[in-house]
Design a binder for this molecule. Structure first.
Ligand SMILES: [Zn+2]
Length: 227
């Protein structure tokens, strides 16, 4: 997609689709916020995502944040928009919605994938994807919903990223992992201190598939999104 992408080296590297902590030794998408400096990272291993999180909407100057985000997109400093989205546990859903849509527009304009945060708003996110006629791939991060919900999202070309849920709710996660189309699955650590290796390990146990097989599948998925 852009020059930095070509630097990434895949052999024997696990992919962490969404994290807030910079670590080396994995391919990861490191998240930061528009009011923060652009993190200095090893471009051979790390892609950057930046977005306005619904939790911080009230404490930020929205226009400033959107202006910085636009600049980061136009200068090709980031590889994905987000995390951004909707959260029913945070107030002012209408401001959340309009800010989310502005970020979707940037994603479409600059052809960047979008990392979605959704808390009790999955149906609304689906509706907005339809209404905005979005074509860019979205990654629904930290997914903890049902197979049925995952399947509906996948039908809209939305990828599902799973993280600590696999460790916290292994029985439910097992049901999901064994029914879901793995060609739409990614793994992540989000803001936890868990090693991504642990997530892959658990996924391997829960699916009965070799970890190397899961690594190959997620690498293909990742390339589909970011190429
Ligand atoms: Zn996050």
């Amino acid at each position: 997609m852009n020059a930095i992408w070509k630097l990434l080296t895949f052999p024997a590297m696990l992919i962490n689709a969404h994290t807030h902590h910079y670590t080396e030794g994995h391919i990861s998408v490191l998240n930061f916020y528009p009011h923060q400096d652009t993190p200095k990272v090893n471009p051979k291993q790390t892609l950057l995502s930046c977005g306005i999180h619904p939790w911080y909407l009230k404490s930020l100057d929205n226009n400033d944040a959107l202006a910085r985000l636009t600049e980061l997109c136009s200068q090709k400093m980031i590889h994905a928009i987000g995390e951004c989205g909707l959260d029913k546990n945070t107030d002012d859903l209408s401001l959340q919605k309009s800010t989310f849509i502005r970020q979707i527009e940037l994603s479409e304009k600059y052809k960047l994938p979008l990392i979605v945060h959704s808390v009790r708003c999955h149906h609304l996110v689906q509706e907005i994807r339809k209404q905005t006629h979005s074509r860019c791939p979205w990654i629904f991060h930290g997914f903890t919903g049902s197979f049925e919900m995952a399947d509906q999202l996948i039908k809209q070309n939305i990828f599902i990223s799973l993280g600590s849920y696999l460790l916290r709710q292994p029985a439910k996660a097992k049901l999901l992992l064994n029914k879901i189309d793995l060609n739409y699955v990614l793994f992540e650590t989000d803001d936890s201190d868990i090693d991504i290796e642990e997530i892959y390990n658990k996924a391997s146990l829960l699916t009965g598939k070799a970890q190397t097989e899961l690594e190959k599948i997620t690498e293909l998925n990742f390339k589909k999104i970011f190429f």
